[in-house]
Structures are given as C-alpha cells and as structure tokens.
Design a protein around this ligand. Structure first.
Ligand code: GLP
Length: 245
C-alpha cells in the first residue's frame, strides 16, 4: 500500500493508517523499532513534517513510543487485568509471556495514620511503605505505592528492609511464609498525571491515568496491604464478566 495523492485524506492520516496496518499485520512487532523518520520519508515519498505528524498521532494514541536518542518503538499491548482474579503484577505479566520489572522508589517503615484508618487498623500500627515504578519489558506502565501491615508479615523476608530485594514479587514473598492472601476490595477511577507522576511514567503532565486503590486481606480477614496504583491509561485495561443475578 502506498500514499494516494488523489484522495482527499490528509497525507499524514494516510501514512498513519499505513503504519497501523504494518503493526496490525505484525510486520513491525511489539517492542521493535519502526523505520526512522528519514526512512519513512523516503519509503512513502512524503515530507518530514508529514512523517512527524503521523508518528506524533501514533504516540498520542499509545501505539508507538519514542525513546530519546533511540528511535520509535511499537508499544506492547495494554496490560489487561481480568476481574475478579486477585493476582499480583508479576503473575499478570508472566502469564502473558512478558517480563515484569520494578524500580524501587522508596522503602520505609513507619506510622501512616491516614492509611491505617483506610485499612481499619489502629492509628499507630507499623506499616511498611514500598513505592515502586512497575515496568513491562522495559516500558514504564505504573506506580505502586503499597503499605504492608507489619504485624502480619513479621516473619516474612519482606520485613527485613536491609536484605530483601523489593524488585521481586511482594505477593510471592508473603505467600512463601504460608500466609494466604485471600480477597481484596478495589476501586478504579480516572485521573491525570501530576508533574512527579508524569516524569516517572515518561508522559506529559495531565496525561490520563487509571487509579486503583486496593485493600487486601488474608484468610483471617486481617488487612495485609493497602495499595495506591497509578497506571498510564494507554497501558492498562480492566476487563470484567458481569452476571445478571
Ligand atoms: C498487584 C496488586 C498490588 C500488589 C502487587 C504485587 O498489582 N494490585 O496490590 O502490591 O500486585 O505485585 P508483585 O507481587 O509483583 O510485587
């Protein structure tokens, strides 16, 4: 397929559609580099401005991402979370054959009265705050700000802030100690990125986010974790099966 100059469709839209076609036909697959601006310009015989407009549209729609000094890559499909499964980030990503990663932003023990209140715990309960940037195959997708009830994970390796590697799965570490993560209450709402969140997620301030809050309980109904999660809206999707009575 080539650009058709007899059509009344702007050239950059035609070019954008041609690129989408290549991605859909898996000529350019997730995670791979698409041709450079110059190559696209020459291949489709269009101006640099047309190429830029087409690529910028695709960036805005989340189909490709630009990496400074590296080029433009085909994005990975949205992380889809299937309700009502209580899964960890690591499990979700591994089940799709992708690579989960975490960058540690903060690990700290302390009293967080507001969070304890949300969890239904006493104000002075000691919590372990773990804030992590989550990535899929090297792409930033979300930020998890977790607060773990230290009184229930006393014997778990994750309570040892000096030795535990928090880039690993927290759920996995909690469950290895025999605790059963049983159920959770979760809310989902839209929002936009503030300056700090935008920088971490590699987007502009005001970028749409999906914000999830979850309180997770063990099988004794004791709150184990409160987590506040910010996901790039172009990278995360919730799917749910609804039953009518
Ligand atoms: C999911 C849950 C979070 C939890 C995280 C643990 O994203 N919604 O509440 O903190 O998984 O992930 P992992 O076990 O990969 O550290």
């Amino acid at each position: 397929m080539q650009i058709d100059r007899t059509l009344h469709i702007p050239l950059y839209i035609q070019l954008k559609n041609l690129i989408v076609e290549e991605i859909e036909n898996q000529v350019w697959v997730s995670g791979s580099l698409i041709p450079s601006e110059k190559e696209l310009q020459e291949h489709y015989d269009v101006s640099r401005i047309t190429v830029r407009q087409a690529v910028n549209e695709l960036v805005n729609e989340g189909l490709v991402i630009k990496k400074q000094g590296k080029g433009t890559y085909v994005s990975f499909p949205k992380l889809s979370h299937n309700l009502p499964n209580l899964t960890s980030f690591t499990e979700d990503i591994l089940s799709k054959g992708l690579v989960p990663q975490a960058v540690i932003l903060k690990v700290e023990k302390g009293n967080y009265p507001e969070i304890s209140k949300k969890m239904g715990l006493l104000k002075n309960t000691m919590l372990l705050n773990i804030k992590r940037l989550r990535l899929i195959n090297g792409e930033e997708v979300g930020i998890h700000d977790s607060y773990i009830n230290l009184s229930v994970i006393k014997n778990s390796p994750i309570a040892s802030t000096e030795s535990f590697d928090y880039t690993k799965s927290i759920y996995d570490a909690i469950e290895k100690e025999g605790m059963i993560i049983s159920h959770a209450d979760e809310t989902l709402e839209g929002g936009i990125a503030n300056e700090e969140t935008a920088e971490l997620l590699g987007v502009k301030k005001g970028f749409p986010l999906l914000i999830l809050e979850r309180i997770t309980f063990n099988s004794d109904e004791v709150p184990v974790e409160y987590v506040f999660m910010n996901y790039r809206a172009d990278k995360y999707k919730y799917s749910v099966r609804l039953h009518r009575n």
